[in-house]
Design a binder for this molecule. Structure first.
Ligand SMILES: Nc1nc2c(ncn2[C@@H]2O[C@H](COP(=O)(O)OP(=O)(O)OP(=O)(O)O)[C@@H](O)[C@H]2O)c(=O)[nH]1
Ligand SMILES: [Mg+2]
Length: 485
């Protein structure tokens, strides 16, 4: 098994990891080609959860990916669209591999600029590009940039759907296997975009909305209202409207974030911006419209400034720029909203993404049991893992996902969600934290009886399965030792 150094050291590995790793050691113990399979599945276990960045054409996906990575590696351009799905992961040396629709991999050259990758195949024949670069940010989460959804660019749209939707003109090899998704929109999402999100194998717990290009929201930088504040209020409304789809919606200016986090500002830029300090916003607007350029700002410098800080920065960043490049950088970093997004990605989204990754590993084992001659042994290992109390939440997540598809309004769906979102044992039976273990056991006993009652007449196979999970779950909780776990 390929485990990173340090595995096994006291306190080094979370319990879900440890249980799955034990299962994979058992699989390798069966010998033969199963050693290779165990290693391949182990690679998933030891890789960070994978987060998809999806959304409409030109919503600012690649810009946001760069900001999150902290390096300008993904192509962003007003005219050039992203053509291929690209998986950004931590690794050295900086390199790339193209994965064809048939699963065949070939290494490709990465340009000196760090982002141009020479594609050996026409993009419709590419499932995705695996791109490695040394990055602390990518050590925690792998980021997957996707071509924009749009009927205007049919091939790009199809490339994203093929890589992320199960069963969309694809073989397994073409799937990028994501664990969570960030969905970008710069206005209210359209019905076709929401339909697309419904087809992803996620739940609202693993999907996050980003109201992108927040610096130009509403009337933009020249309007009466501050676009970032306006976007913040709109994001809250959208979060309520889209509660069945995403966990929340946060406003982000990817452009300001990219500039702040990829080290692109210089003292020269700050000085050029600061030189506009004495002008009224209306005079700056004329500069933006290109009809009245001051001698201090030739067209090329103006274009560069706009590319770095946008109209918003040109109007509102002048004062900070007066204190130098570092102060301007801090101002951009605070205004852009990316800290809130990062926080969510590393806390709630990551928590469920880890469960989703465990689900992918169990699904791989099931698949192997289906095709391999040693199927009985593999099934025993998989069943042992599924019945381990440590992995109970993985099964709860699987059931929750199925229930959302078949019967989202069923009380069972709510019950599964309660268990998943609780931050302590008592919360799983809707009791306050620090409740007495006997109280928790009694509440679990009540819910167990209800689940048993309900299982006598269910509405779907998904509900049948969910009730089996709930009964197992509450049975564990009815014992005070289960409560203490
Ligand atoms: N003002 C502003 N412009 C942005 C922002 N994010 C991206 N842009 C600009 O919008 C254009 C498209 O940005 P990308 O990041 O390439 O968008 P994308 O969603 O990756 O586009 P596709 O891959 O073609 O779908 C570029 O010119 C960016 O500079 C933002 O937050 N604010
Ligand atoms: Mg792009």
């Amino acid at each position: 098994m390929s485990a990173p150094a340090g595995y096994g050291a006291a306190g080094g590995v979370d319990p879900i990891h440890a249980v799955l790793d034990r299962g994979l050691h058992q699989l390798a113990g069966l010998g033969g080609d199963l050693v290779g399979h165990a290693n391949a599945i182990g690679t998933i276990l030891w890789s960070p959860p994978r987060v998809l960045i999806v959304g409409r054409l030109k919503a600012g996906k690649s810009t946001l990916v760069n900001a999150l990575i902290g390096a300008p590696v993904a192509e962003t351009a007003a005219l050039e669209a992203t053509h291929v799905v690209t998986v950004y992961q931590d690794g050295a040396p900086s390199r790339a591999e193209v994965v064809g629709l048939d699963g065949h991999r070939q290494p490709v050259a990465v340009g000196r600029d760090g982002h141009s990758v020479a594609l050996p195949l026409p993009s419709p024949q590419i499932a995705f590009v695996d791109r490695w670069l040394p990055s602390a940010a990518l050590r925690e989460l792998t980021l997957i940039d996707t071509p924009g959804l749009s009927t205007l660019t049919v091939d790009n749209d199809a490339a994203t759907r093929r890589a992320v939707i199960d069963g969309f003109e694809q073989t397994r090899t073409a799937s990028v296997d994501a664990d969570a998704a960030v969905f970008l929109f710069d206005a209210a999402p359209r019905t076709d975009e929401l339909d697309f999100l419904q087809q992803l194998p996620f739940t609202p717990l693993t999907m996050l909305g980003v109201l992108s290009r927040a610096d130009s929201f509403g009337e933009g930088a020249l309007g009466e209202r501050d676009p970032l504040a306006h976007a913040g209020q709109h994001a809250q409304r959208l979060a309520t409207q889209l509660a069945g789809t995403v966990s929340t919606v946060v406003p982000v200016s990817g452009l300001l974030a990219q500039t702040a986090h990829t080290g692109q500002l210089t003292e020269q830029t700050a000085a050029a911006l600061s030189a506009l300090g004495g002008l009224t916003p209306r005079q700056v607007a004329r500069i933006i419209d290109n009809d009245q350029l001051p001698a201090s700002l030739p067209p090329a410098a103006r274009a560069q400034l706009l590319g770095l800080v946008g109209e918003y920065g040109l109007i509102h960043g002048r004062e900070a720029a007066g204190h130098g490049a570092a102060a301007l950088n801090d101002w951009l970093a605070t205004r852009c909203g990316i800290d809130a997004l990062r926080h969510l990605l590393h806390t709630s989204i990551a928590r469920y993404a880890v469960l989703h990754r465990a689900h992918r590993i169990l699904a791989r084992l099931d698949q192997l049991a289906f095709t391999h001659p040693a199927r009985d042994h593999i099934r025993t290992i998989a069943a042992g893992l599924r019945s381990d109390p440590t992995l109970q939440l993985v099964t709860v997540l699987e059931d929750y996902q199925r229930m959302l598809r078949t019967d989202p309004d069923c009380p069972v769906t709510d019950e599964l969600r309660t268990i998943l979102t609780a931050t302590h044992r008592a919360g799983q039976v809707e009791l306050p934290e620090h409740s007495d273990p006997t109280q928790i056991a009694a509440a679990a006993q009540q819910r167990l009886a209800m689940a048993q009652q309900r299982s006598l007449a269910t509405g779907s196979a998904a509900e049948d399965a969910a009730l089996v999970t709930l009964i197992g779950f509450y049975t564990t909780l009815t014992t005070t030792s289960g409560v203490g776990r």
